[in-house]
Every structure is written in C-alpha cells, then in structure tokens.
Design a protein around this ligand. Structure first.
Ligand code: FAD
Ligand code: NAP
Length: 327
C-alpha cells in the first residue's frame, strides 16, 4: 500500500530527460529528491526508436536511453515513485501534491517536468505505424528519409519548419493542409513556396496511413489515402514517411490556474532561468519550451532547475537562521 504522506525538499514531477536530469543534480546536491514518474515513465522518447542526436551515442534506442537515465537517477539516491500527480497546490509553502492513489506529497520546492505531447490525428493506422514511418519530429527522424518521398500534415509554423527541414534529406516533401491557406508566418511560407522540393496539397484531410508488414514482417509506411475536404474525393499518395505536425500540447494542466502560460499552455519562466513566478517552483523541458523541444535541451533545463532549486533552498535556510538568531 502507498505511503499516505511524503515530505521532500525537492519534488520532481515527470520522468523524461528534464525530470531525470534534475533528479541526478538534486541528489548529488544531497537534497534527497522525490521523482514522480507519471503515466509515461521515461517520457516521449519511449515512443520512438533510434535517437541519433543524444551526445555521446551515435545511435541509441529511445526506451533504452530512458532506462539508463532512470538507473542513473536511482544510483545517486533519488526516490523514484510510480504515481501520477492529479492535483498540485502552489498557493503556500510547503507546496502540496496529490497522487493518483491518494498519496500526499509535501515539498519545499517543485520542479515541474511534465513535458508536452504531440497532437495526433487519431487514426488507428497512424498509431500502428508510429515509429515505423509515422513521426511527430522531423529533427529527430528526418535523417532516415534520405532520398525518399515524405509527407507533412499541418499548416502552422511547425509544419512549415518541419517541411523545410525535411528538404535537407528527402527527394520530395508534400505538405498536406486541410485548408487553402497556411497559418504559418509569411516569411516561412515564402521559403516554403520557393523550395523546388516542396509540393503543397490544399484542402485535403488524411483518411488513412497505408503500410506493409505485421505478423513478423517489419512494419513500414508506403503511402497515404487523402480526401478532398469538400468533395470527399479520395486518392492515394506514395510516401515512405509521414510527419504529423498539427501542434504540440504542453502538459501544464496541473498549474494552468496557478502559473502564467503562453503560446498555448507553455509555462512562463524568467528568461535564462527555469524560475516561474512563484518562488520555489521551477519548470524544465518541453512543458516550458515551445521553441526547441529536444531531449538534450530538456535535460539542460532539468540541470538548471535543480541548481536553481538548491540555491533557493539555501537562501530559505539562511533567512530562517537569521530570523531565529534575531529572536
Ligand atoms: P517528456 O519526455 O515529455 O516527459 C514528461 C514526463 O512527465 C513523462 O514521464 C510523464 O509521465 C510525466 N508527467 C506528465 N504529467 C504528469 C503528472 N501529472 N504527474 C506525474 N508525471 C507527469 N528529441 C530528441 O532530442 N531526439 C530525438 O530523436 C527525439 N525523437 C522524438 C520522437 C518522438 C516520436 C517524439 C514524440 C519526440 C521526440 N523527441 C526527440 C523530443 C523529446 O522526446 C522531448 O523533447 C523530450 O522528451 C522532452 O523531455 P521532458 O523531460 O521535458 O518531457
Ligand atoms: P498551430 O499553430 O496550432 O498549427 C497547427 C496546424 O495544424 C494548423 O494549420 C491546423 O490547421 C493544423 N491542424 C490542427 N489539427 C489538425 C487536424 N486534426 N487535422 C489536420 N490539420 C490539423 O501549431 P504549431 O504549428 O505547432 O505552432 C504552435 C505554436 O508554436 C504557435 O504559437 C506557433 O507560432 C509557435 N511556433 C513558432 C515557431 C517559430 O516562431 N518559428 C515555430 C514553431 C511553432 P488550421 O490552420 O486549419 O487550424
């Protein structure tokens, strides 16, 4: 049975690269942190295959990398808890969090590392081929499509940036958008329209991701079935990779009424730091980063958050000592 009450100097919420890195630094600073893993232990990298841009590993499987981060955090003494935080009260210190199974966490500081989730179209075929030709991250997976034809779905900044990035590898990039105009910035649209490798299919939605494999044979994408938004007329397109770029949703529900957010839910931090507007509450990784959204930048922010939490706690301790001495 879960311990009903836990106290810690540092409560880390989330077990992606940001959370585990914060845990390593906070543990080595002798802060005895508690890390709550959430429903996706290891975070977003557990839903991908090869990661080729984690420094020090020319190729590593995402789930294996996250297992190593977990082992590292445990080895330096972090208490790892399999739980999901359902409520967080930042109105007074110590802060309190409530877990799925009723455990209450009382914390002198909080590192919010709850990440972001790529939005998906919600098609069964899209889910089937995720990691096998369907991706939500061109920076991560574009390299696998050298000389091949790929499609990008979406019409925002992310979709246009992903499409432009993919032209570095792919022989052809087809951007498929559900309307007849993009919402991306004009300068990005200009670059897209001028790129000879890009074709745009307007007013079309995705009906199905077409593929091969299964029952022992390797899975792979072979195409897309798309339909005209108004007429419903459908046709098949031959592609090897499909990049869904219809937006990212930061996992900031826990703090949405307590901390300022921007760009659609990303937690605002003081520039150059991970400090939120509430002293003692820090945000690291994709939950605060609407620009880079990479494992290494998330890990870097996790490091910053732990160092800033340590500084915050030392200052609190010094202030309490001064107050006691003055009595
Ligand atoms: P996440 O990895 O999103 O982890 C968030 C954590 O918070 C999870 O453990 C979740 O369980 C936990 N959590 C959420 N809510 C709660 C809650 N209420 N209570 C407790 N815990 C909670 N980046 C690269 O650099 N290279 C790549 O090759 C690469 N490939 C990618 C492939 C795919 C398919 C995707 C989707 C992303 C990829 N990325 C890649 C991006 C990378 O995964 C993210 O930038 C990174 O994982 C963000 O780390 P994070 O720690 O901020 O959050
Ligand atoms: P976004 O601006 O919300 O755009 C999402 C796009 O996906 C829209 O074109 C939308 O179509 C389309 N879409 C949404 N759901 C869909 C669905 N179910 N099926 C098909 N298409 C769907 O998301 P984003 O591009 O990821 O950008 C998010 C935020 O980050 C924005 O504030 C953006 O400015 C910012 N950003 C900035 C930069 C930059 O400054 N360079 C780069 C990336 C992101 P509709 O247009 O029809 O709604």
């Amino acid at each position: 049975m879960a311990d009903a009450n836990k106290k810690t100097k540092v409560l880390i919420i989330g077990s992606g690269p940001a959370g585990y890195t914060a845990a390593v630094y906070a543990s080595r600073a002798m802060l005895d942190p508690i890390l709550v893993q959430g429903v996706q232990p290891g975070g977003q990298l557990t839903i991908t295959t090869e990661v080729e841009n984690w420094p020090g590993d020319s190729e590593v499987q995402g789930p294996a990398l996250m297992e190593r981060m977990l082992a590292h955090a445990e080895a330096v003494g972090t208490e790892i808890i399999s739980d999901h935080i359902t409520a967080l009260d930042l109105s007074k210190r110590p802060f309190t969090a409530t877990g799925d199974r009723g455990t209450t966490y009382s914390a002198d500081s909080v590192i919010l590392a709850t990440g972001a989730q790529a939005k998906w179209l919600g098609l069964p075929s899209e889910e089937k081929y995720q990691g096998f030709g369907v991706s939500a991250c061109a920076t991560c997976d574009g390299f696998f499509y050298r000389g091949k034809e790929v499609a990008v779905i979406g019409g925002g900044n992310t979709a246009v940036e992903e499409a432009l990035f993919l032209t570095n590898f792919a022989s052809k990039v087809t951007l498929i958008h559900r309307r007849d105009s993009l919402r991306a910035e004009k300068i990005l649209q200009d670059r897209l329209f001028k790129n000879p490798k890009v074709e745009i299919i307007w007013d079309h939605v995705i009906d199905e991701v077409l593929g091969e494999g299964g029952e022992g044979a390797p899975l792979g994408v072979t195409g897309l079935r798309i339909a005209h938004r108004d007429s419903g007329e459908s046709r098949d397109l031959s592609v090897h990779g499909v990049f869904v770029a219809i937006g990212h949703a930061p996992s900031s529900e826990l703090v949405k009424d307590q901390l300022e957010t921007h760009h659609g839910g990303y937690v605002v931090v003081k520039p150059g730091t991970t400090a939120t507007e509430i002293p003692g509450v820090f945000a690291a990784g994709d939950v605060t980063d609407h620009v880079y959204r990479q494992a290494v930048t998330s890990a870097g922010m996790g490091c910053m958050a732990a160092l800033e939490a340590e500084r915050f706690l030392s200052e609190q301790e010094a202030a309490e000592d001064t107050a006691v001495a003055a009595e």
